[in-house]
Write a protein that binds this ligand. Structure first.
Ligand SMILES: [Zn+2]
Length: 294
């Protein structure tokens, strides 16, 4: 391989990055690239009967195991789950974290989402984006010459604006890997989420049965994304390929990062068909409100 690219997936909780981009992360890892998943909180609130440091420790272990499935790493910060906000020290921590990792691409939440931690995670990355290049801020970590490309994880919220993806990644071949990652988050997929949503009695007891059950659930949960963007998939993958895809991960370009032009798309998503590159490439408009690259 010519170049090991660096991908930084910043979620609010220790399973967000895997749920939203685990299949794509698996593709990058298989190509030998470096993928770091991050949780800005410690996940200590995500359970009906366990909490505090014991749950945080359990979830840290689950996150590490999930990352290990694909050869990625997982960094879980220590801020309390459910209490993320946009205070200055959190922004500075995010600036240092991104500068230290020096990513080619960042993916994070949009700042419109049902969970305040997701919203603030998106906001913290958005607020850090330009300041990454300002030497006098957080001078203990060398600034970046350029703000990296930033993408958003998919969501279904409509107000104030819908998620509009430019990148659609076919993850049918990675779907079992994705399920294997999520299977590591036992406290979430077999305990907390079923309890919270009222289907705890449906969770099978045995490990093998659980995994089959989770794969079916995830297919039902992710499947609608491919249906929602079927027209775009047909354009990007061609009429034959596009109609067969069942599971995708979708990403929208953030205006606050560097533009995702055709060359960047080819470099960062080499597994996308050439069609997808020409049909969905996003280039910054001539007129911009933030400093120019050149
Ligand atoms: Zn979350």
């Amino acid at each position: 391989m010519d170049e090991r690219l660096r991908f930084l997936l910043i979620g609010a909780h220790p399973d967000d990055a895997d749920i939203k981009a685990g299949g794509t992360a698996a593709r990058w890892c298989a190509l030998g690239h470096v993928v770091q998943m991050v949780s800005l909180t410690d996940g200590r609130a995500g359970h009906q009967s366990q909490h505090g440091p014991a749950l945080a420790q359990r979830r840290r272990g689950e996150a590490r195991a999930a990352a290990a499935v694909i050869g990625a790493s997982y960094q879980v910060l220590t801020h309390p789950d459910g209490e993320l906000d946009d205070r200055l020290e959190y922004r500075q921590e995010v600036i240092r974290l991104i500068r230290s990792f020096r990513p080619d691409l960042i993916i994070t939440h949009r700042s419109t989402d049902y969970h305040p931690d997701h919203r603030f995670a998106g906001l913290l990355v958005q607020d850090a984006a330009y300041l990454l290049t300002v030497p006098s801020l957080c001078p203990d970590v060398p600034h970046l010459a350029r703000t990296p490309i930033i993408l958003y994880f998919a969501d279904a919220f409509k107000k104030p604006c819908r998620f509009e993806p430019q990148v659609l990644v076919d993850i049918d071949e990675q779907f079992e890997k994705l399920v294997a990652m999520l299977h590591c988050h036992q406290s979430q997929f077999y305990e907390w989420l079923p309890y919270n949503a009222g289907y705890l009695e449906q969770v099978p007891a045995g490990d093998a049965d659980r995994r089959v059950w989770l794969a079916e659930r995830m297919s039902r949960r992710i499947g609608p994304l491919a249906e929602r963007y079927r027209e775009q998939l047909l354009q990007a993958y061609g009429p034959e390929g596009g109609k067969q895809i069942r599971h995708i991960e979708a990403f929208e370009v953030s205006e606050y990062g560097a533009p995702l032009d055709e060359a960047a798309l080819a470099r960062l998503f080499p597994f996308l068909p050439a069609l997808a590159r020409s049909s969905s490439a996003f280039t910054r408009k001539e007129w911009v409100d933030i400093p120019e690259d050149d």
